[in-house]
Design a protein around this ligand. Sequence first.
Ligand SMILES: Cc1ncc(COP(=O)(O)O)c(C=O)c1O
Length: 444
Amino acid sequence: MTHILHRQIRQDYPRAATARGLYIHDKDGKAYLDASGGAAVSCLGHGHPDVVAAMHAQIDTLAYAHTSFFTTDAAEELADDLIAHAPAGMSHVYLVSGGSEAIEASLKLARQYFVEKGQPQRRHFIARRQSYHGNTLGALAVGGNEWRRKQFQPLLIETHHVSPCYEYRGRRDDETAEQYGQRLADELDAQIRTLGPDTVIAFVAETVVGATSGAVPPVPGYFRKVREVCDRHGVLLILDEVMSGMGRTGTLHACQQEGIAPDLMTIAKGLGGGYAAIGAVLVGGKIMDAISAGSGLFQHGHTYIGHPVSCAAALAVQRVIRRDKLLDNVVRQGDLLQRRLRERFGNHHHVGDIRGRGLFQGIELVEDRGEKKPFDPAVKLNARIKAEAMARGLLVYPMGGTIDGARGDHVLLAPPFIVQPQDIETIVERLGGAIDAAIAGVRG
Ligand SMILES: Cc1ncc(COP(=O)(O)O)c(C=O)c1O
C-alpha cells in the first residue's frame, strides 16, 4: 500500500535503491542500464563523485538563503558560467527549479518586455503542434500535444499552433527539405499576419522536439527562416531547450547547429543532470535593457529560485562536462548509436524512421512502413516496449501519440554522455529484443 499519488495508480513501480554510472539498481538487486537518462536528464550518469562533493560542500556551507534577501556565490558563479557559454546576445540568467517553471518565466518575461516597451496590446503566443513545454498551465497552453491539453483546455490561455517541423510525416514528396522549411516559415508568417503582427508576443519552439515526437530535428535552414520571420514582425523567439540543450545534441546548445540565437531560451534537465531540481531562462540583452530602462524588476518569483545546492550541483555538472570533454563523446557515441540503430532497425518491418542528433535519438514504430501507418493506439505498443525493455534491464523512454497526440509510437534514447561503445551494443541489443517481443505480443 502506497500513499504516493503515483503517475499511474494501477501500476507497481520497482523501488530504485542505488545508482552508479549508467546503472540504477532496484531494491531486489536488479540492474537497469539507463539509456534514456530518465527523461533525458542524467547527462553525467549517476553518483558522479565531483557533483556529489560539490553538493556536500554547499550544504555544509549554506543550504538556503531566500533570493529576496541575498544572492549567493553558487548562484552568481553558475550565472557567470552559463552566460560565458550562452548563445550570442544573452546577458542574464533567471534561475528556477525545472523546465515548466522556466517556460512560465519566459512567457511572462516576454510579455513584460512588451509592456515595458509601451506595447501592451501584444498578447498572443504562437507555438507548434506536437511539442511539449511542460505541465503547468502556461506551459501546457503553449504545448501542442492534444492528449495532454484536452481535459484542461478550458483553463488554458489562448495560444495559436502552427505545424511542427516533422520531416518524416510533414515533407511532401514533391518538395525538398529546403522548400519544406520555407513552407513552414511561410505558415508562421501567415499566422502572425492573421493575428496582427503588433499583437504577437513570441513564437515558442523546441529546437529538437523531444518527449512528444521522439528526437525530431529541424530541416536545414528552418530556424534561420523562422528567425527572419520573427524579426520582420518584431516578434520574440523563445527556444525551449529543456530537453535538447546543455550538450545533449553534441553542442552545448542545440541552436548552435542552426546558426541562430533566440531572445529567450529555457534549459533544465541536463543543467543539473538529475542531481538537483534546477532550470533556467537565458535572457537576451535587449529584454534586460527594456526592464532596466523601465520598472527595474521582473514581476515573478518562487521560493526556491536560485537554490544554492541546486546551483552548486549544476555548476559541478557543467565543469565536469567541459573538463572531461564529454561533448566530444556525445558526438562520437551519438554517431555510433545512430549507425547501430540503422543497422539493427533500418530494414525492420515496423520501424518507419530513425532520427536524432548526438545522444538524442528516436525511433518511430509503424504497422506498415510503406503507408507509414501507425499501430492501433489501443494496443499500447509504446507501453509494451517500455515493459519489455525494463524486463531486460534497459531503461528507454517510449511514448504514444507521436503523430497527433493520439496515434503513433516512438522510443526516445538519451543515454548519459559517459556512455561507451560496449554500452551502445548492449542498448541496441536489448532494445531490439524489447521491440520484437512487444510487437509479437501485439500480434498475439
Ligand atoms: C522541451 C521540454 N520543455 C519543458 C519541459 C518541462 O520540464 P519539467 O518536467 O522539468 O517541468 C520538458 C519536460 O519533459 C521538456 O521536454
